[in-house]
Design a protein around this ligand. Structure first.
Ligand code: HAM
Length: 420
């Protein structure tokens, strides 16, 4: 048997209804916030992610699915959406045509990580990117999109954790302070190797003794310049004005290099070890550094697999009604041909109707109708065709009533039961 690759899961027919529902909710909420969908290729030049996400990040150094194509070019499966969206907008001169652009996507991403619950090698990210505004109001609007989406799914009590990593100068100042702080402290091997190139990464170390040391480390919020500090204060005011509760968490540094100013995460204690459902922030120089105009951006990415785990753990059942409304059972060739026509006309009216397609006995057809949870069954034989009347059976109550064998008559009976 050939199995799927480790960490790459099928979305089976029994699960796909939930995915379709989530996808529908994503399109719906993004439309209300004025975001438009983008679809970019799964495969990009490796260079894009090295320059976009950052050469020293774990995502690029350890987790990328990259290889040489048949012409020897270095390519990579997308590990995240933002770099691809920016590349596409630059390529299609989107920033030249409009000063503000609100864009969303829901795409598979790939990271070579150790698979566990909530962490796959192929996962799906719903992401949104708001380009063209330096204002903290844009950050707040973007966060409100994520919050609104989650609350429409019934998740009202997830906390938004916010922080600011400041502008490039603030980051430099902070990195210098971290280098000095960690220089005479005993950190793990990985931390020591990161200290020179990317000291902020040390704050994310999972090693217990490193974690303990990090508690005493300087806090970025104490080192922000006036401008970055007031940008962060304005974000808090904006969130407050929208009634979005938040916690300031100065420990959030994020694993990707492009962030400036606002960073945020939405976490859930119902997610287990991988507690972050949504992560994002502002990136004021990414577009320029990838060869575009000087356009700021702010965005988030949310893992759909993690979202489904949380929904399940909250006991929120996504009602994906995949059961037929009507099963037309037929005995004999003539009735079976009539059933084919009737079922097609029902489907053309937008009704989920089913019939037998493998010459099953009436008994077997009834069993099948039960198995697929059809709400109603109508049985056709030569008598029914002759009198143009048939019995409509409600499968949950067992009640039967006679209906005229005509599509409008059947539909109006189903309507009486509120089933249309
Ligand atoms: P990220 O924090 O790397 O940010 O990923 C965002 C979300 O994707 C995570 O919070 C998580 O839900 C999901 N995720 C990441 N890796 C995995 C995995 N291996 N398995 C399952 N889910 C995963 C970004 O990717 C940024 N592009 C977000 C962003 C957009 N920032 C600005 N704009």
């Amino acid at each position: 048997m050939i199995k799927s690759l480790k960490g790459m899961n099928d979305i089976t027919t029994s699960e796909s209804g939930k995915w379709q529902f989530i996808e529908h909710m994503i399109h719906n909420v993004c439309r209300k916030f004025g975001f438009r969908e983008i679809r970019t290729p799964v495969l990009e030049r490796l260079e894009l992610f090295k320059r976009g996400v950052g050469d020293t990040t774990d995502v690029v150094q350890k987790e990328m699915y990259n290889f040489l194509d048949k012409k020897g070019r270095s390519v990579a499966l997308r590990p995240e959406g933002t770099s691809s969206v920016v590349r596409s907008c630059i390529q299609h001169k989107i920033f030249e045509n409009s000063s503000v652009n609100k864009i969303y996507y829901n795409v598979p991403c790939f990271r070579y990580e150790r698979p566990q619950s909530g962490r796959q090698r192929q996962f799906h990210q719903f992401g949104a990117e708001f380009f063209g505004s330096y204002s903290a109001a844009a950050d707040a609007e973007l966060i409100s999109l994520a919050v609104c989406f989650l609350s429409e799914l019934g998740l009202d009590d997830l906390t938004v954790n916010i922080n600011s990593v400041g502008c490039h100068e603030c980051k430099e100042r902070y990195n210098a302070a971290l280098r000095e702080f960690f220089s005479d402290r005993q950190m793990c091997e990985l931390c020591s190797s990161r200290l020179v190139r990317n000291p902020m990464r040390l704050l994310d170390c999972k090693n217990p003794s490193c974690k303990e040391i990090c508690k005493q480390a300087p806090v970025i919020l104490d080192l922000l310049c006036n401008e970055c500090s007031s940008h962060f204060n304005e974000l808090k005011v904006q969130l407050g004005a929208m009634g979005i509760s938040y916690c300031v968490d100065s420990g959030i540094v994020r694993g990707l290099d492009y962030y400036t100013n606002t960073v945020f995460e939405i976490k859930s204690n119902k997610l287990g070890a991988q507690s972050t459902l949504c992560g994002g922030g502002r990136y004021n120089s990414l577009v320029k550094s990838l060869g575009g105009l000087d356009v700021p951006g702010v965005g988030f990415g949310m893992g759909i697999e993690r979202l489904l785990i949380i929904l399940e753990n909250y006991g929120i059942d996504i009602d994906v009604n995949q059961n037929p409304l009507l099963f037309v059972a037929a005995v004999g060739r003539e009735a079976s041909l009539f059933a084919s026509g009737l079922v097609l006309r029902m489907r053309q009216r937008g009704i989920f109707a089913e019939k037998d397609s493998s010459s099953k006995s009436l008994n077997a057809q009834m069993k099948y109708a039960n198995k697929i949870n059809s709400k109603f069954v109508v049985v056709l034989g030569s008598d029914e065709l002759e009198t143009s009347r048939a019995k409509l059976k409600n499968m949950s109550t067992g009640m039967e009533e006679e209906v005229e064998l005509e599509i409008n008559a059947i539909c109006s009976r189903l309507e009486v039961y509120g089933s249309l």
